[in-house]
Design a protein around this ligand. Structure first.
Ligand SMILES: Nc1ncnc2c1ncn2[C@@H]1O[C@H](COP(=O)(O)OP(=O)(O)OP(=O)(O)O)[C@@H](O)[C@H]1O
Ligand SMILES: [Mg+2]
Length: 234
């Protein structure tokens, strides 16, 4: 589906990402893990067209994304839920969700997509008239993901969805990610929660200072001594 090859991103003199190659196939959760500044968010921003100072090739089902504007990339179904929740605090849960359905295709399917989001996230259905500012951090993250789903993604990219959440909520977010994959939407997930992300991911890439230093099946990487020392302090 999504194929990224030799992706390099520069911010002025800063080389944020160098020659990163990976792909996301149908039915997969792909993890990108690494510590602060490794280039994880940059990777997602480059794919979704938010960062233009990039070279390499990015295709979705064979279609070149490099020349497209960010809104056209969303229109093709590549949906990016950025770091931080970026909700409209004084709008309701329902209004925030509906903002996700802005493309013409998504607008036409708004009612059915809303039913789908509420079936996946019943807590949000109960709170649909509540202002976003009054939700807990975990609930806000669910709205952010729900809003991404309202855009009718063919592939969903999540940037650190568990940031700042308590362990129980972290589990809940990863359950949600699996459910989204099992419902037919592949997920590219960026995480600093290395253990959870690797347990969840079908395949994962470890980034360090803009380079991929390791890749493999999530559970295999978790067995790797080097990785355990570097990221898990074991
Ligand atoms: N807009 C920008 N201008 C200049 N440099 C940037 C910009 N955005 C990111 N960088 C730099 O690019 C590198 C990669 O940053 P990026 O945000 O992709 O890391 P990350 O892996 O997402 O980190 P974190 O886990 O902290 O979110 C860092 O060195 C960062 O300082
Ligand atoms: Mg980041």
């Amino acid at each position: 589906m999504l194929s990224v090859s030799d992706l390099t991103v520069r911010y002025g003199d800063v080389l944020a990402l160098e020659n990163l190659s990976f792909s996301v196939g149908a039915g997969q959760i792909i993890g990108l893990v690494g510590s602060n500044g490794a280039g994880k968010s940059t990777t997602l921003a480059a794919i979704s067209g938010l960062v233009k100072s990039r070279t390499g090739a990015i295709t979705l089902d064979g279609r070149d994304l490099m020349a497209l504007a960010a809104h056209d990339i969303v229109g093709l179904g590549l949906v990016h839920v950025p770091e931080g929740r970026r909700l409209f605090p004084f709008m309701t849960v329902l209004e925030n969700l509906e903002l996700g359905a802005f493309g013409s295709a998504a607008r036409n399917r708004r009612a059915e997509q809303l039913d789908y989001v509420f079936s996946l996230l019943p807590k949000l259905a109960e709170r649909r008239q509540q202002l976003a500012v009054t939700l807990s951090g975990g609930e806000q993250q669910m709205v952010a993901i729900g809003r991404g789903l309202m855009s009718c993604p063919r592939l969903l990219m999540l940037d650190e969805p568990t940031l700042g959440l308590a362990p129980m909520l972290v589990e809940e977010i990863f359950r949600l990610v699996r459910a989204i994959r099992d419902n037919g939407i592949p997920v590219l997930i960026v995480e600093q929660q290395v253990v959870h992300a690797l347990e969840c991911a079908d395949y994962a890439y470890v980034l360090e200072s803009g380079h991929c230093v390791m890749q493999g099946h999530g559970r295999d990487l978790l067995q790797d001594d080097g990785l355990r020392r570097a990221y898990l302090g074991l």
